[in-house]
Design a protein around this ligand. Structure first.
Ligand SMILES: [Zn+2]
Length: 735
């Protein structure tokens, strides 16, 4: 009516119009609120909240949750499985006594994608993965019980852009309807879709139902790159074969559940022989990890001499006797096969995360680890949710995986911190200048860089470990705090050619420990004859650089790519020093390099054809160091054929049949070193019984029919064909 006055009275002053418009606005709001309250009052069943979780989320209900940040404020990651936990209140449960038959509720979620031009497309219609559940009043909902909420799973491949979820919950009869109960209970909605309402139903005669729309916007994070380093362990008197790529994928599963990772890409695996003793304790992770020739040193050299950013992860055989379960440092991590939570912590360190309370150095975390509500310090702070198993992690007992606590999962603090670091470390923008690789001789000016490893003991003595120099581009900015240790390159007259302040690295490093290891990238000048190490102004040590670089002679005959294994042998020599080698491979005439062997004193290297991406102008390069000075020898160009992707199913295990209750975890993909893993949405899963099941590297198939299924994965092989793999799954439904 007010609107009509406005339209028909041209003589109103602007302030009168404004006043009336404000009145109109308030009245409309009041009306909407009253309508909403009426709906809530009349509905038997209402949705009191929807938690959107991909592992951890802020959400408060019945005093459960930290209240540290607004509900659902942990960002949603694109290409990552989402669970909608729907909290439902049923009033009638309170009103009726315990002698009444239980009420069950179920629901559905319609998933629509809203594009920037406003168009809407249907993505999926979901049934709950755990419904129907017993109805309860909202006051009696326990967030720690996965079956106190109706849970819906949105497939990772659908989690992109802006999605609208239309959540409907309704009363449902028991799953098994016999003649007697059938007369009492309403028929199952699936049999009568017509009364599945789109909005709240308030007619008393119709079964109670309630509907709500919520939205989710998914932020893309850059592709997370991992390189597996499989360790053949011969230290400590043991001889244990290297874990396989499958073992690596299995151990990585916990990381995929708890890290804010959407898309994943594997760099080609390498296998190394490793003979240092990992069971000796002392000084951080122990000398087997951090001493000369230690596993972390090998990984660091590998990272320094590789082109593309990736987290290099060494997997140690599960039977190895070890003092600590793993070790982690910038870009590099090592853990024992099967120890997922340990690997998560070490990979956290690789992404510059410090420990959480109470583990050594937790006070150094910046910003500090938060106190979540009344939960113990170091708690995950919110209820964690395993999107694969529906297991809930309770913040009263569950601790952040960066701590040494029990029952480890991820807190919002670590999750968001990792997200920020992954964006910075892996985004194309940070590496825009590195498209040709860090070691490209063309393009951006590259700088001969000394990758210097050394140890400073508590008494101030310095040990220089095998180091090398290679042309490299400027490194991405390093936010690690500086140390009081620095080093200078000196020429023959004692003039300083360069000064470098070292970084305090390593989350396991105890500044008061017996020694600290450093790995520094320093601009190299050939005129340098000595390195001077200082702590503040005090000179700790003067290290004489050997006068001559080693020599390396490669065989004159070219390499042939017809062989399944390539063996490269060379002759290396230095008049007074031991020589260590690393071997690099280029598929593109030296524009980009990948490391294929590292930290070896052997003058040969065996390469498997499948490890090497193909190209017409391939090169192998031997980098020989006599301590500091480095000589590089290179083969003539040779050609290597490209390999199509081959497909692998990790779950269900293709070797045995699996029983399940209509729900199965499907994991797998197709990979070759030429074409990588590719896009998750190109991986299609199907069953010979139920047809197409969905897409993605990981998919949880629900509602599978009873009986034996042949599960088939297909993905593009990169060469215009299809890579395929199959596994057998036997589904046994509960009686
Ligand atoms: Zn640690």
């Amino acid at each position: 009516m007010l609107q009509r006055i406005l339209d028909s009275e041209p003589d109103l002053s602007p302030s009168q119009i404004a006043h009336i418009q404000q009145q109109l606005y308030q009245d409309r709001n009041t009306l909407a609120r009253l309508r909403q309250e009426l709906v809530l009052c009349l509905s038997d069943i209402t949705i009191v909240g929807v938690e959107k979780t991909q592992g951890i989320q802020f959400f408060s209900i019945n005093g459960q949750g930290s209240g540290y940040a607004p509900d659902n404020s942990v960002p949603l990651i694109a290409q990552r499985t989402l669970i909608l936990r729907v909290y439902v209140d049923c009033k009638r449960v309170q009103q009726q006594g315990p002698q009444h038959l239980p009420i069950h509720i179920s629901g559905s979620v319609i998933v629509d994608r809203i594009r920037t031009n406003g168009s809407v497309t249907r993505v999926a219609t979901l049934k709950p993965i755990n419904g129907p559940i017993a109805a309860r009043s909202s006051a009696s909902i326990d967030r720690g019980d996965p079956n106190h909420t109706l849970n819906f799973r949105v497939a990772a491949s659908d989690c992109q852009g802006l999605l609208r979820f239309t959540v409907t919950v309704f009363e449902q009869g028991p799953v098994v309807i016999d003649d007697v109960l059938g007369a009492i209970y309403a028929p199952r909605p699936s049999e009568r879709d017509t009364w599945l309402p789109g909005s709240a139903t308030t007619t008393a005669a119709a079964p109670a139902a309630f509907s709500l729309k919520v939205h989710g916007r998914f932020e893309p994070v850059p592709t997370f790159r991992v390189q597996a380093v499989l360790v053949h362990y011969t230290g400590g008197g043991q001889n244990l074969p290297a874990p396989t790529g499958f073992d690596f994928a299995d151990t990585l599963e916990y990381v995929l559940k708890t890290f804010p990772i959407g898309r994943l890409e594997f760099e080609d695996c390498i296998e190394i022989d490793f003979d240092k003793n990992l069971s000796t304790c002392g000084g951080g992770c122990g000398p087997g990890f951090e001493g000369p020739g230690g596993l972390m040193v090998i990984l660091k050299d590998l990272d320094d001499s590789s082109d593309r950013p990736a987290i290099r992860v060494a997997l140690i055989p599960s039977d190895a006797r070890m003092c600590v379960g793993g070790c982690g440092n910038k870009n590099i991590a090592a853990a024992q096969d099967g120890r997922g939570a340990t690997l998560a912590q070490e990979m956290g360190h690789a992404l510059d995360r410090k420990h959480a309370p109470y583990a050594p150095g937790w006070e150094q975390e910046e910003p500090p680890f938060p106190q979540y509500g009344d939960y113990p310090l170091g708690s995950i702070g919110e209820y964690g949710f395993d999107v694969v198993t529906s297991e809930v992690y309770d913040p009263n007992t569950s601790h952040d995986f960066m701590s040494y606590g029990s029952d480890r999962w991820v807190s919002p603090h670590t999750y968001v911190g990792l997200r920020n670091e992954i964006v910075e470390r892996f985004s194309d923008a940070s590496f825009a200048g590195l498209a040709d690789g860090r070691f490209s001789p063309s393009g951006d000016p590259s700088q001969e860089t000394l990758f210097l490893s050394f140890r400073v003991n508590r008494d101030g003595s310095v040990e220089v470990h095998p180091s090398f120099h290679l042309p490299a581009r400027a490194q991405p900015p390093d936010h690690t705090s500086t140390s009081d240790v620095s080093c200078e390159l000196l020429d023959g007259k004692g003039q300083v050619l360069g000064f470098h302040r070292c970084r305090a690295r390593g989350s396991h490093v105890d500044p008061d420990g017996p020694h600290i290891d450093f790995h520094e990238a320093i601009p190299w000048v050939d005129e340098a004859t000595a390195i001077r190490f200082l702590r503040n102004k005090e000179v700790l040590h003067l290290h004489d650089i050997e006068a001559l670089a080693p020599t390396v002679k490669l065989p004159a005959s070219g390499l042939r790519s017809s062989e399944q294994r390539l063996t490269l042998k060379w002759e290396g020599h230095h008049p007074e020093r031991a020589v260590t080698y690393l071997v690099r491979y280029s598929r593109d005439a030296g524009r980009t390099w990948r490391v294929v062997a590292v930290n070896s004193s052997k003058s040969e290297c065996v390469l498997r054809q499948r490890q090497l991406p193909g190209g017409e102008q391939c090169l192998l390069q031997v980098v020989a160091s006599s301590g500091i000075r480095t000589h590089v020898a290179q083969t003539k160009p040779f050609s290597v054929p490209s390999e199509p992707r081959s497909a692998t199913i990790l779950s269900p295990k293709s070797t045995s049949e699996t029983t399940s209750t209509g729900q199965a975890l499907l994991r797998g993909g197709a990979f070759s070193s030429d074409y990588g893993l590719g896009a998750p949405e190109d991986v299609v899963w199907s069953s010979n019984v139920d047809g197409v099941l969905g897409r993605g590297f990981e998919l949880i198939a629900d509602g599978l029919s009873e009986g034996a299924h042949t599960i088939t994965l297909t993905a593009p092989d990169g060469q215009g064909g299809v890579a395929t793999a199959s596994a057998v799954l036997r589904v046994v439904l509960p009686d």
